[in-house]
Design a protein. Sequence first.
Length: 278
Amino acid sequence: MSIIESIILGIVQGLTEFLPISSSGHLAIAQKLFGMNETGFFLEALLHVGTLVAVCIAFRKLIVGLFKGFFSMLGKVFRGKFSLKNAEPEERMILMLIVSCLPLFLALIFKDKAEMMKNSLWAVGAALVVNGIILLICDRLPDRKRNAANMTLGNSLAVGFMQAVAIIPGISRSGSTITAGVASGLDREFAAQYTFILSIPTILAGAAMSFKDAVSEHAIVAADIPSYIVGVVVSGVVGFLAIRLLQYILKSKKFIIFSIYSFVVGAAAIVVGIVKGV
């Protein structure tokens, strides 16, 4: 694998992991265009690590607050003084994040079928078109007010369910979960924050599965280590910038930009996939 190829894939991963245009869908398309072999499994795992670092840096203050809230909650539980009704915002958010992760176990059942979709350009393209529709819906939803202090189990389950759906290559995890959060009553900016924090265990799980596939396929190549390092750095830097860009765009309800993009790329992938039979 060349340095140039790892740079391109790092940019693709960094942009599409957080911008609502589907990282898995774009990586599937990129892999088809570049004709990548199993070597891509290990690089994909490392690219996830790069974007994970980007999230941790962008939301470091919130993450520190959640860690403090977690230990505070544990102390209350052991003293028999904890209740969801009187929980601090950080404590409540931690519990809601745990609930949002539960639907991921259902996603594991369909993981293999979702992976198979990556081999079909037209299928990935169709999913991108659906993604564009989801983003259009998000722009048209009214502003809501719920945040960490008063979000409900319904909010967390709605977000978690759409996160499970987003294992389909072409469906954006950030776009679908933000839409689900706003639709269920969350404030837009908080929905984005919640989604980014929720991405931490999701990205870790994705990296772990890709690493497992790389090991089982003997896809780790020592000669490609410089390319691996470059890919991680690029995905991390671009991922951080993508987070800041999405936060800016979300305030102005301009998801239509990404919706149109998803429609165009999706339609192109469908046409190329049908014509070439891939």
